[in-house]
Design a protein around this ligand. Structure first.
Ligand code: GCB
Length: 596
């Protein structure tokens, strides 16, 4: 799916700003047709942002159900004759949109874009009304899943099994953009090397029947290095400058659509990073060179704006990651804003790209393991065939969105699902197969939680890389780092003996209250976090199959309240306002030790 872009044949308009907003817990708006007139009893709401923390009101923060957004937009008369598209970069977790009185699009899933051709419904040269209802309810038929508790007093409370706050709303930009009626609808690129020559396969999809396609590849200085005609083809670039970790070198592929008479109908510029990814035995190779992941599991999370995308915070986070020596991160636990992936592409930051399939496990709740009898996760009343259909669709949308990104080196289909119940295999086999079919160029993995010893996992052989979240010394044996060191090493060696696959530790860490200090390593102190990380690092350095370490978490983040959480999850190496804890300096010393 192409992003909106300005260019000789296209124009885009951001709809960021203050919209009108109204909560609708009873769902009256759908029956009463609230899109037909100016939203009554509305307050201002900023877009993009999560709505939950904008007002000091528990009814807003903990709202369950519909929330209505509305704005008015002037459409320039010059847009007449163009195709006009309304695009939401995300609406969490589902939405319906109307232009004036007409419903134009509906979408399920809170973290991938969707759009509608609204040419027939907008009036150019006039003011138009745009209304969106966003709904945040989670069930066993949603990704992520959840359940709604009906209280005796009539309140409905959302429960979920993931450990981050269920922020909702229009978190990401909303656009109106134009394309010519006949236009480029999609571009796919793949890259390889023939010795020092870059080989770029491309495919341009378009709507016009009689059009022809011309492509031109320019280097970062703007010089053309290859060109071709035809909707499908291959370009060769001698002495190619590869995209590599730490070196986000991008070429630009300009695709031009020509009419039968040779006039330019449409054009689109697609960034291209030339690189390869391969899993060979226990190694993870980027451009044929073993790669070691250093970095974090992150969240899109900040005070007030919740999951609202913000360029200020994004650039700051990337700057802190560079300061600390990180070369990678995981989009735990949902696809991040496209601006974030753009930045990673341009700066050579490596990304493990994850779907929003978090919490597919009835034996863990919010990172905390239940101690009782094991319950069934895969069953008609929990994770069912319907869940799998929604999950599959989420995967398809993620690959469609991010398939051309050099930063993305691995798809993560789920975080910590139940991988022990035999039915897990039937659930994940088609998802792994479909991801490979959609994208044969990248490895596929799922993220494993410590539910059982390695030989009891029924799905690892379906995947290419072993991704492990481990909490020895925290949830398992809190306070005992000696035991943690032994248990971690024993387990990692078991994985390495069972599977000829690389291992990345995608989570390890300890909750840490900033400013709490101790001369002996006590849980929750800054010293304990730093020492726990040091212990893990000693083990990683002794086990060859380990090809990466991503600390949980980059920064403290909001969760549902609970006795295990102090104003949110405190496993951040940085606080929520991005101040370093002691562990940050330990990580920096380790991750930048090769620099003089
Ligand atoms: C996990 C989850 C993550 C939690 C973390 C924790 O295993 O993947 O979402 O936040 O543990 O801190 O409990």
């Amino acid at each position: 799916m192409l992003r909106p872009q300005d260019g000789p044949t296209r124009e885009r308009r951001s709809l960021a700003g203050l919209w009108r907003f109204r909560l609708d817990a009873e769902g009256a708006g759908r029956a009463e047709g609230w899109w037909r007139s100016p939203l009554a009893e509305a307050v201002d709401i900023p877009v993009p942002a999560s709505y939950n923390d904008i007002y000091p009101d528990v009814a807003v923060r903990d709202h369950v159900g519909d929330a209505w957004y509305q704005t008015n937009v002037w459409i320039p008369a010059q847009w007449t004759g163009q195709r006009i598209v309304l695009r939401f970069d995300a609406a969490t977790h589902r939405a319906i949109a109307w232009v004036n009185d007409t419903e134009v699009v509906t979408h399920e899933g809170g973290y991938t874009p969707f759009e509608a051709d609204v040419t027939a419904h907008l009036r150019p040269g006039a003011e138009n009304r745009l209304t969106v209802v966003v709904n945040n309810e989670l069930s066993w038929a949603t990704i992520p899943p959840g359940t709604i508790e009906e209280r005796p007093d009539g309140r409905r409370v959302q429960r979920y099994f993931h450990d981050f706050f269920n922020y909702a709303g229009l978190h990401r930009p909303v656009w109106l953009y134009t394309t010519p009626p006949e236009h480029i609808s999609d571009i796919t690129v793949t890259t390889a090397f023939d010795d020092t020559t870059g080989v770029i396969g491309y495919r341009a999809d378009s709507t016009g029947e009689t059009d022809s396609v011309r492509v031109s590849l320019r280097d970062a200085a703007g010089a053309e290095v290859a060109a071709a005609t035809g909707a499908v083809g291959t370009l060769r670039v001698p002495d190619v400058h590869p995209w590599a970790p730490g070196d986000g070198y991008l070429y630009e592929l300009e695709v031009t659509l020509l009419s039968a008479s040779g006039e330019v109908t449409d054009s689109y510029r697609q960034p291209v990073g030339v690189r390869t990814v391969e899993v060979r035995g226990k190694q993870f190779l980027i451009n044929g060179t073993p790669f070691y992941f250093k970095g974090f599991g992150k969240h899109e999370d900040a005070a007030v704006r919740g999951k609202g995308h913000d360029d200020v915070l994004m650039v700051h986070d990337f700057a802190l990651m560079e300061w600390i020596g990180a070369n990678s991160f995981r989009t735990s636990h949902y696809p991040y804003a496209e601006e974030v992936l753009d930045y990673a592409d341009r700066h050579g930051v490596v990304v493990i790209n994850e779907t929003a399939a978090v919490g597919l496990n009835r034996n863990i709740g919010g990172g905390v393991f239940s101690s009782g009898e094991r319950v069934l996760t895969f069953s008609p009343d929990a994770v069912s065939d319907e869940t799998r259909r929604v999950h599959l669709r989420a995967l398809q949308e993620l690959v469609a969105r991010d398939k051309n990104r050099p930063s993305v080196v691995l798809w993560s289909v789920a975080n910590e699902p139940d991988h022990v119940q035999p039915e897990a295999r039937d659930y994940f086999a088609p998802l792994a197969a479909e991801t490979r079919r959609l994208d044969p160029t990248r490895p596929v993995a799922y993220v494993n939680a410590l539910l059982a010893p390695p030989d009891q996992c029924v799905v690892t052989d379906l995947f290419d890389v072993v991704l492990l979240n481990r909490y020895y010394g925290w949830y398992f044996g809190p306070g005992d780092l000696e035991a943690a060191e032994t248990a971690l090493e024993t387990e990692l060696r078991q994985w390495a003996a069972l599977h000829d696959k690389p291992i990345v530790i995608t989570e390890y860490g300890a909750d840490t209250y900033p400013g709490l200090r101790s001369v002996v390593p006590n849980p929750w102190t800054e010293e304990y976090q730093a020492e726990l990380l040091d212990v893990y690092h000693r083990v990683f350095d002794r086990v060859d199959a380990v090809v990466g370490e991503q600390v949980w978490n980059f920064a403290d983040f909001a969760t549902t309240p609970g006795v295990f959480r102090v104003d949110g999850n405190k496993k951040g190496v940085f606080t929520r306002d991005r101040r370093p804890k002691t562990a940050a300096f330990h990580l920096r010393a380790r991750w930048r030790k090769d620099e003089s």
